[in-house]
Design a protein around this ligand. Structure first.
Ligand SMILES: NC(=O)c1ccc[n+]([C@@H]2O[C@H](COP(=O)([O-])OP(=O)(O)OC[C@H]3O[C@@H](n4cnc5c(N)ncnc54)[C@H](OP(=O)(O)O)[C@@H]3O)[C@@H](O)[C@H]2O)c1
Length: 230
């Protein structure tokens, strides 16, 4: 068993998540910021890859005091469980996600992690070992389910998302398309990694909703279980 997985990303009109130097860009506006905070507050856990932690140093906390109070009144921690996918434990112990705000942190690692690194991380987070060289995402999700995680929000980046799509581990996606062109053949996109070939089965989706928010548009997609390539 695994949690229901909802991806949330913001990309430019030309399909980039950030710049070619992997610097974070404010792609959406205040209304979308509130929507994302609500999605996070309604999730049991929020997950990112180590590339996003190193590039952006996000805290992954719920920002609205009202939403935090709402979670506490439902008997939950102020913030969802924060999960980092990090095979070798590269996360700095002073990363915002490990230091800011109360709550549970999980670092998903692989067997290749140095035992000394693992024990140093264990004083900051629950370390889950899944997979040999890279994190076995099915294994990690299964263990998160065992911890009570039913709704998992995944916030990127493109390398982690490609693996999630490729393995059929995504159920829904909210994709904000902003009013800018970032450009760059090496700039991150919503699904980097190897990519499919022409004879592979692509990940197919149904468009559930399309709404104008701030100066861009929000697309809500639901994954089809599996479908042949066009
Ligand atoms: N606009 C947005 O919505 C948004 C959201 C998030 C991020 N971003 C941007 O995306 C960029 C970061 O993305 P990124 O692609 O570099 O990093 P990422 O997807 O956040 O993290 C990728 C890393 O996760 C680790 N990992 C472990 N097991 C994995 C597996 N099974 N599959 C995939 N990854 C695995 C790998 O590092 P190890 O091998 O060391 O474990 C891999 O390099 C930044 O520029 C950030 O600003 C934008």
């Amino acid at each position: 068993m695994r949690p229901h997985v909802t991806v949330n990303i913001a990309m430019s009109a030309d399909g980039k998540l950030s710049t070619k130097e992997r610097r974070q860009v404010k792609i959406s506006g205040n209304a979308d910021f509130i929507r994302v905070d609500e999605l996070k507050a309604g999730s049991d856990a929020v997950m990112v890859g180590i590339g996003t932690i190193i590039a952006d140093d996000p805290s992954l906390t719920v920002k609205s005091e009202e939403l935090k109070r709402g979670r506490v009144s439902r008997g939950l921690d102020e913030h969802p469980i924060r999960v980092i996918v990090d095979s070798r434990g590269r996360i700095p112990v002073n990363a915002a996600v490990l230091c800011k705000g109360p709550g549970t942190r999980v670092i998903g690692c692989a067997e290749v992690i140095d035992p000394k690194v693992r024990s140093s991380l264990e004083s900051h987070a629950t370390v889950i070992i899944a997979g040999k060289e890279k994190v076995d995402l099915e294994g990690l999700l299964c263990q998160l389910y065992g911890m009570g995680v039913r709704d998992l929000m995944v916030e990127g980046g493109g390398t982690l998302l490609w693996s999630m799509f490729e393995r059929g581990l995504v159920d829904e996606m909210f994709q904000y398309v902003g009013n800018m062109v970032i450009g760059g053949r090496d700039s991150p996109t919503p699904a980097d990694g190897e990519g499919f070939c022409i004879n592979d089965l692509f990940v197919m989706m149904d468009l559930m909703e399309c709404v104008r928010i701030d100066e861009g548009v929000l697309l809500h997609w639901r994954m089809r279980p599996s479908a042949p390539a066009p």
